[in-house]
Ligand binder design. Structure first.
Ligand SMILES: C[S@@+](CC[C@H](N)C(=O)[O-])C[C@H]1O[C@@H](n2cnc3c(N)ncnc32)[C@H](O)[C@@H]1O
Length: 229
């Protein structure tokens, strides 16, 4: 396994780099996920970054309890500085690839521009472990670059991957097939919105109710067929 990507060096400028490249579009994309968290009591945020999403979340829904898994100490420091003191947030300063996810704890997972840090191989291991940490019917909210295969998106993605691989040692070189990975782990997409002329997308996925995820039984198949129609 490659060492964890190190975002400490870019943490302080991250926001300004983002604004310079995309204006407020990434923020619009992230914040579009917030209404889906209205009912969630226990939320897990993977790779929070500098705390802008978390701050909005706890301001909108002050009673929500949040776990944050974030490997960069500088990002965590910025997040702490942004948070209101009364927020119910538990920080886990760890590499998500090695974290022992709790069993069936969360009503929602949030990953904004986080899955794109990993190769498909890593995600094939990580996504099932994240999936086992949610309650039945939970939501997975994700903001990501859209894999549109247009010249514009290819140029942006090539530039971004080059920059982040150089600056942080990111393990991935291109977007992984997130949709396939999530649907292969019993998630169903229930909402999607695009931003920046199709370059970004915010998606809401729902965990399908399966009595035992690891057993392919008749009931599982029935529930799958019902969900597809
Ligand atoms: C591209 S940034 C995205 C930050 C923020 N979520 C956003 O919307 O801009 C990826 C974030 O994930 C964190 N990260 C990357 N790899 C990680 C890992 N293996 N475990 C935990 N956090 C990780 C980085 O430190 C960084 O804060």
């Amino acid at each position: 396994m490659k060492p964890v990507a190190n975002f400490n060096g870019v943490a302080r400028y991250y926001r300004w780099l983002e604004y310079a490249a995309f204006g407020r579009e990434l923020e619009r994309c992230r914040f579009a996920l917030l209404p889906h968290l209205a009912e969630a009591q226990q939320v897990l945020i993977l790779g929070e970054g500098d705390g802008r999403f978390l701050r909005r979340l706890v301001k909108m829904y002050p009673s929500t309890r949040v776990d944050v898994v974030e490997s960069s100490m500088r990002m965590l420091q910025l997040t702490r500085e942004r948070l209101p003191s009364e927020a119910s947030v538990h920080f886990h300063p760890v590499d998500a690839r090695r974290w022992r996810f709790p069993d069936r704890k969360y009503d929602a997972i949030v990953s904004c521009f986080f899955l794109d840090c990993f190769t498909p191989k890593t995600l094939r291991d990580l996504v099932p472990r994240v999936s086992a940490s949610v309650k039945p019917g939970a939501r997975w909210l994700l903001a990501e670059f859209a894999d549109e295969h247009t010249l514009r998106s290819r140029v942006w993605l090539a530039g971004l991957y080059w920059f982040f691989r150089t600056a942080t040692g990111l393990e991935s070189r291109q977007l992984a097939p997130f949709g396939e990975l999530l649907s292969g782990n019993e998630w169903q997409r229930v909402g999607s919105e695009t931003f920046a002329g199709g370059l970004l997308r915010a998606e809401c996925w729902r965990e399908m109710f399966f009595p035992r995820r690891d057993v392919v039984c008749g009931l599982n198949k029935l529930a799958k067929v019902a969900a597809e129609h």
